[in-house]
Design a protein around this ligand. Structure first.
Ligand SMILES: [Zn+2]
Length: 510
């Protein structure tokens, strides 16, 4: 039984971990690399045969976790994708949208390539292929124990990160070996997030695959972050500018709308105009309104009172390109929420082009900005950035409200972990940049957890006497030496030969 770490190892995008049990291949997520990761690692090729994959068990719909499923399908995968019903419905709009982005990017590149006399390239996958891949999806309920195949059962627990998001409890049994429980956190949510419930606690895990996006940071209280947002809006409007919020269309946009609605309801914000400039955000809002059973108590109460928490006077969902262009005429007094959240693609780039150079306007980041993205460059204080081939000065006020993050911060991760009744045998850290992972790993060690940072391409053997991880080298060498008879009196060469034999024996067992 082994887990291969294929994506989101020592980085935050491209989540994909490969579980091999009883000759079956199961992917935990199959996400797209984004930003710098996409440029460095590439999304085109898998280093395994997609046709050989039996299942994808999907933690949640975010593209960095789900975005390569259509490519897997295009390359021959015909197994099943298991996820919650909410995740399936969100993927149903997000994956075709991702396909559309791939098509547009290929078209844009091809225009250049043709002029250079180069051959045209294919999009990674099309919107149509993404739609077709949805036939493989099987939605399940939270809390149900699903018998996937002989040797694997799975239960989806609420991860409190995005509508439908899940922590995966995997009960794995290989041959005659004892059953082990592997828990994969997926992306672990923040507590007290608007709309959705808090992350559920897990009582036990033999092995834990854990995200570490904010393993080195404490991002403060959500209520404080929303109050700060309202202040920024008021100050910016007084200055005569717009507030531009680069936001993921799915999840964060609805949360921001929920918060704005709260301040409109209590009259703290009056006569505001909010443009939600993303067709995907409009569609996602519909999915949210379908899955009200996933909402937290506070939001359910609003629904009982007849208040629509995501739509209010002053909100305009723009879907057509013409309507989107019209927004550029608005010089002041508008809140523009648009995607993509890290400013790498989509309509947000137009809104940044029209507002970034204006001292009156504000740009408010409400989500994680991965290294190498336009969002990160702006946040890191670049004075000039390139958008659509044009140099744009960064004069607007730049804010980052990390408290609105969809991810638990360092304390949130530790609090969640401390709820386990017993420490896991080992915690395998994924989904974080180097600084965050190192810091969190140190913290875990100081709390006497056994943990390690997984690397891309690394294999972790579960329930093996001999584990090729480098962390327990000493322990394993002692074990190996103990298994060699007549160690006394052996010379160095013979000893090395004997160790080699034991290693081979262990290798062959796999
Ligand atoms: Zn996520």
């Amino acid at each position: 039984m082994k887990i291969e770490f294929y994506g989101a190892a020592k980085c935050v995008t491209g989540s994909c971990h490969i579980l091999k049990i009883n000759n079956k291949i199961v992917l935990l997520d199959c996400g797209l690399y984004q930003g710098k990761d996409a440029r460095e690692k590439g999304n085109e090729e898998f280093n395994f045969d997609p046709k050989a994959v039996d299942y994808v068990i999907l933690s949640h719909a975010h593209i960095d976790h789900s975005g390569r499923i259509p490519l897997l399908y295009k390359k021959g995968f015909r197994g099943k994708v298991l996820c919650t019903n909410g995740t399936r419905d969100l993927c149903n709009i997000m994956l075709p949208d991702s396909g559309y982005i791939q098509e547009s990017e290929a078209e844009w590149k091809n225009r250049k390539r043709i002029r250079q006399g180069l051959e045209a390239i294919e999009p990674l996958y099309t919107s149509k292929i993404a739609e077709e891949s949805m036939n493989l999806f099987r939605g399940v309920n939270y809390g149900e124990l699903i018998d996937v195949f002989d040797g694997l059962k799975v239960r989806f627990k609420d991860a409190g990160h995005l509508l439908g998001s899940a922590i995966l409890e995997l009960y794995v049994k290989e041959g005659q070996e004892e059953e082990v429980k592997i828990v994969y956190t997926g992306d672990l949510g923040n507590v007290n997030k608007p709309i959705i419930r808090d992350p559920e606690y897990i009582n036990y895990a033999d092995y834990l695959i854990m995200e570490t996006t904010y393993g080195d940071r404490v991002h403060g209280d959500i209520d404080w972050a929303f109050k700060e947002l309202i202040n920024i809006i008021k100050i910016t409007f007084e200055r005569g500018g717009n507030v531009v919020i680069p936001s993921f269309s799915v999840g964060r946009t609805q949360e921001v709308l929920y918060a704005l609605n709260k301040y409109v309801e209590n009259n703290e914000l009056k006569d505001i105009t909010v443009f939600v400039d993303s067709p995907l955000a409009a569609n996602a809002t519909e999915v949210f309104e379908k899955w009200t059973e996933y909402f937290d108590e506070e939001t359910k109460k609003l629904l009982y009172k007849g208040i629509d928490p995501l739509k209010f006077k002053g909100v305009k969902f723009t879907t057509s390109i013409q309507d989107s262009i019209e927004i550029n005429k608005t010089q002041k007094g508008a809140i523009i929420i648009s995607a993509s959240g890290m400013c790498e693609a989509g309509r947000i780039k137009h809104h940044l082009k029209h507002n970034l150079w204006r001292r009156e306007s504000s740009i408010v980041f409400v989500g994680y900005q991965a290294e190498g993205t336009l969002g990160r460059a702006i946040l890191d204080g670049e004075k000039k950035v390139r958008i659509f081939g044009e140099t744009i000065a960064v004069n607007a006020k730049i804010y980052s409200l990390e408290g609105l993050s969809g991810h638990a911060d360092r304390d949130g991760l530790i609090n969640w972990l401390d709820k386990l009744m017993e420490k896991p045998k080992e915690i395998l850290l994924v989904h974080g940049d180097e600084k965050s992972q190192n810091s969190f790993n140190e913290l875990l060690k100081s709390k006497e957890y056994k943990s390690r940072i997984m690397d891309i391409g690394e294999t972790y053997y579960i329930n093996e006497d001999f584990n090729r991880s480098d962390q327990n080298v000493k322990h394993r060498i002692i074990k190996l030496l103990n298994s060699i008879d007549n160690i006394e009196g052996m010379n160095k060469e013979d000893l090395i030969k004997e160790i080699g034999k034991v290693i081979n024996r262990n290798d062959n067992k796999k």
